[in-house]
Write a protein that binds this ligand. Structure first.
Ligand code: ADP
Length: 579
C-alpha cells in the first residue's frame, strides 16, 4: 500500500488548525458532485455529491476517497493526488448503497490552511455508458439482421427451375427463422391455396379453399396481413393433421405480396412455444416473403422463357429442316432439269452445225433464240444448284493457291465484249507486287468476280466508269468493284444479298436478272472465310467489296500474267487500261 494510502487511512486529528473549507452557494449551484479532501479525507461536499453518492453532507465529511471509489481505482486515485494532476480520468464510484457508477473525476490542488487540499468534481457517466452499450447491442442486432438478409439473398435461387426455386425459398425461410417446417401456399387458379413447396418436416400436399373462414392461411392471403400464433393448441387455423403430424406449437403466416397483391402465403412453424414474435423477427420474415415474391416471379418468368426458348428452338429446327428439304428439293429438281436441257442443247448444236441438213435463215434464227434461252435456263439451273449447295453445305469447293489478280484480269477479259458494247471505261488498279494469293476455289472466285463485273456493266448506263481495285493489308486481300451506275436506295441495301431480291432501281428500268447472283457470291465468299459488302447511293453508283484472307505462303514474284501483257483496249474513246 502506498504511503499516501497509509496516510489517508490515518484519521486527521480534529481541529488540526485548518480553517473549515466552505464550497458555499457556488458549490451547491453546480450540477456535478464536488468534494474537498485533505490527504484523502473528505472535508466538504456539495449538494450534488449527496445525490450522486447517496451520503448526506454530514456523512460525507469524514469519509475517505477510498470509501467512495472502487478499490480497483484506488492506486489511480492516489497517483493523481500525489502528482496534483489536473487531468480528467474515469473510474467507478461506489454509492452509499454499494452501487458502482461510471464517473469522470477532475481535481485541483488548492491552498488550505497551512497545507493544501484537493477540490474534486465528479461527473456521473453511467447513463451515457448505458446508452452507449444499448447502441452497441443495437448495432450488433443490425449486423445480425444484415447477415440474415444477405443470407436470404444468397439462398434465393437464380434459376429457371420454378419448383426448385420454391423449395429453396422454404428451406431458406426455415433456416433463417430456425423453424421446424416452412410451407409455401399459392393459389391454384381454382379458388384454392395449395402447398407448392415444403421444407423441414414431411407433410402431405395441402389444399385450402379460399372461402374457408377458419383457415388462417386463407385469411392471411385475402387480407395481406401477417398472423402469428404462439400456441396452436385448439387453433383451427392450421390443419389438425399438420399440427399433429409435425408437432408444430407456434406458427407465423406471412403473406407473400407482389406489388401489394397477395401471390401466396409463407407459413413458418416452430416446435416450441415462442412467447412472442419480436419485431425484428417479423421484419426479417416479412423481408423474406417479399424476396420470395420476387424469386417466385423470376422463377416463373424464367420458366416461361425457357419454355418459349424451347419452342423457338423446335421451330427453328423445323424451319431448318424444311429449308434443308427445300434446298434438297431444288437441288434434285435442278439436277433432273439439267439432263433434258443438256439433251436439248446437244440437239440444238447438231441442228446449228447443219450436220442434219441446211436450215433456212428463219430456222437458223429460231434455233439461235432457242439456244440463247436454253443457255439462260442452264445458267439459272446452275445458279439454283449452287445456291442449294451453299445452303445445305454440299457445295464442293476445291481449294488451291490462287493469284487473285489473274482471276480479276481473266474476268475483265471475258467481259470485254459487253464492256465494249456499252462503251464503258474500265480501270483495273492492281499493284504488280506483292502477289496477292488466296487459298480458294478458282472457278468459284471467278464466278464472284464475273458476277460483280457483270452487274457493274449491266447497272451502269452506257459510257459509264468502272473501277476494279485490289489491295492487301494485314493478311486481308481487298477487292473493290465500283461503278458510276444507277445505284441502290438505302431501303433496298439491307435486302440486297437475299436470294431473288432485286432492287427497285433495277426493276423500274426493266434491267433483266434473277436476283441470285449476289446471294451466290456472298455465299461463296463466306465459304472462303471472307466477306462481301456494298456501299451505294441511288443514282450515284455502287461499290462492292470482297475481303478474303490471304494464304500464308505467297506465290513467288516475277509474275507476268497473260492479262498483263494484253494491250490497252480502246472502246469508243474510253480506255480499258490495265495498270
Ligand atoms: P441480278 O443481277 O440477276 O438481278 P444479283 O443478285 O446479281 O441479281 O443482284 C441483285 C440486285 O442487286 C440486282 O437486281 C440489282 O437490283 C442490284 N445490284 C447488283 N449490283 C448492282 C450494281 N452494280 N448497281 C446497282 N444495282 C445493283
Amino acid at each position: 500500500m502506498s504511503a499516501l494510502r497509509r496516510r489517508v487511512r490515518r484519521p486527521v486529528p480534529e481541529g488540526a488548525g485548518e480553517p473549515g473549507f466552505d464550497l458555499g452557494p457556488v458549490g451547491d449551484a453546480v450540477f456535478d458532485a464536488v468534494f474537498v479532501h485533505v490527504d484523502g479525507r473528505i472535508v466538504e461536499a456539495n449538494r450534488a455529491f449527496e445525490k450522486a453518492f447517496g451520503y448526506s453532507r454530514d456523512e460525507a465529511v469524514g469519509l475517505t476517497v477510498f470509501d467512495i471509489f472502487d478499490p480497483d481505482y484506488h492506486d489511480l486515485v492516489v497517483e493523481r493526488i500525489r502528482h496534483a494532476s489536473p487531468e480528467r480520468y474515469e473510474l467507478i464510484g461506489i454509492t452509499r448503497a454499494g452501487e458502482g457508477r461510471h464517473m469522470q473525476a477532475c481535481g485541483r490542488t488548492v491552498p488550505y490552511g497551512h497545507g493544501s487540499a484537493r477540490v474534486v468534481a465528479v461527473h456521473d457517466l453511467t447513463e451515457r455508458r448505458l446508452a452507449e452499450e444499448q447502441v452497441g447491442v443495437l448495432a450488433f442486432q443490425y449486423a445480425a439482421d444484415l447477415t440474415t438478409v444477405s443470407d436470404i439473398a444468397r439462398r434465393l435461387p437464380r434459376t429457371a427451375d420454378a419448383a426448385g426455386a420454391r423449395e429453396a425459398i422454404c428451406e431458406g425461410a426455415l433456416a433463417v427463422c430456425d423453424g421446424m417446417i416452412a410451407v409455401l401456399m399459392e393459389p391454384d387458379g381454382t379458388g384454392h391455396l395449395v402447398s407448392t413447396a415444403v421444407a423441414g418436416a414431411d407433410a402431405a400436399p395441402m389444399r385450402v379453399p379460399l372461402t374457408a373462414e377458419l383457415s388462417a392461411t386463407a385469411r392471411v392471403f385475402l387480407t395481406g396481413e401477417p398472423f402469428f400464433l404462439a400456441d396452436l393448441t385448439g387453433e383451427q387455423g392450421l390443419s389438425r393433421r399438420v399440427v399433429t403430424a409435425t408437432g408444430a406449437v407456434s406458427a407465423l403466416w406471412q403473406p407473400v405480396l407482389h406489388d401489394g397483391v397477395s401471390v401466396g402465403v409463407l407459413l413458418v412453424a416452430w416446435d416450441r412455444e415462442l412467447a412472442h414474435l419480436s419485431d425484428r423477427a417479423a421484419a426479417v420474415v416479412g423481408l423474406f416473403a417479399a424476396e420470395a415474391a420476387v424469386a417466385i416471379e423470376r422463377a416463373d418468368v424464367l420458366a416461361r422463357l425457357d419454355d418459349l426458348n424451347g419452342m423457338l428452338a423446335r421451330q427453328v429446327e423445323a424451319l431448318r429442316l424444311s429449308d434443308q428439304m427445300k434446298s434438297d428439293f431444288v437441288s434434285s429438281v435442278s439436277h433432273e432439269l439439267r439432263t433434258p436441257l443438256a439433251s436439248i442443247l446437244g440437239y440444238l448444236e447438231i441442228l446449228a452445225s447443219k450436220e442434219v441438213g441446211d436450215l433456212t435463215e428463219l430456222q437458223a434464227e429460231f434455233v439461235g433464240i432457242i439456244d440463247t434461252n436454253a443457255h439462260r435456263l442452264l445458267s439459272l439451273i446452275d445458279d439454283l444448284l449452287t445456291l442449294a449447295g451453299l445452303e445445305n453445305g454440299k457445295l464442293a469447293l476445291h481449294f488451291e493457291p490462287v493469284d487473285l489478280a489473274e482471276v480479276v484480269y481473266g474476268g475483265v477479259q471475258a467481259l470485254r465484249p459487253e464492256l465494249e458494247e456499252r462503251g464503258h471505261q474500265i480501270v483495273v488498279d492492281i499493284p504488280a507486287l506483292p502477289v496477292v494469293e488466296v487459298n480458294a476455289d478458282v472457278h468459284r472466285c471467278a464466278q464472284v468476280i464475273g458476277n460483280l463485273l457483270a452487274n457493274a456493266i449491266k447497272f451502269t448506263p452506257e459510257g459509264g466508269r468502272i473501277g476494279v481495285h485490289m489491295t492487301e493489308a494485314g493478311g486481308i486481300a481487298e477487292l473493290t468493284v465500283e461503278d458510276s451506275g444507277i445505284g441502290i436506295s438505302e431501303e433496298d441495301l439491307g435486302s440486297l444479298f437475299e436470294r431473288f431480291f432485286r432492287a427497285r432501281s433495277a426493276t423500274e428500268q426493266a434491267i433483266p436478272g434473277t436476283g441470285l447472283g449476289l446471294a451466290i457470291s456472298k455465299g461463296i465468299v463466306e465459304a472462303h472465310g471472307g466477306t462481301l459488302t456494298v456501299e451505294s447511293e441511288l443514282g450515284r453508283g455502287s461499290t462492292f467489296t470482297v475481303r478474303l484472307p490471304v494464304s500464308v505462303r505467297p506465290i513467288e514474284a516475277n509474275r507476268e500474267p497473260a492479262a498483263l501483257s494484253q494491250p490497252a483496249l480502246h472502246v469508243d474513246g474510253g480506255t480499258h487500261r490495265v495498270d
